[in-house]
Design a protein around this ligand. Structure first.
Ligand code: ZN
Length: 62
């Protein structure tokens, strides 16, 4: 599994999203950022790439 946590991107937020692939995690992160933070990551390649770079291998995620 791959996971992304907002706090790893410097955001004060305890949200964590997981998925089978980087693309799946990024899609969930984009959705979360838009819904909770009012930020549309898909509109910014820089932000999207940054979020992608913060995705990590998470063997503990189910
Ligand atoms: Zn968040």
């Amino acid at each position: 599994m791959k996971s992304f946590e907002c706090q790893h991107a410097g955001v004060v937020c305890s949200a964590k999203v997981s998925g089978e692939t980087e693309e799946e995690v990024l899609a969930k992160a984009v959705e979360h950022a838009r819904a909770v933070h009012g930020v549309d990551l898909s509109r910014s390649t820089t932000l999207a790439n940054y979020a992608r770079s913060r995705i990590y291998d998470d063997p503990g995620a189910s």
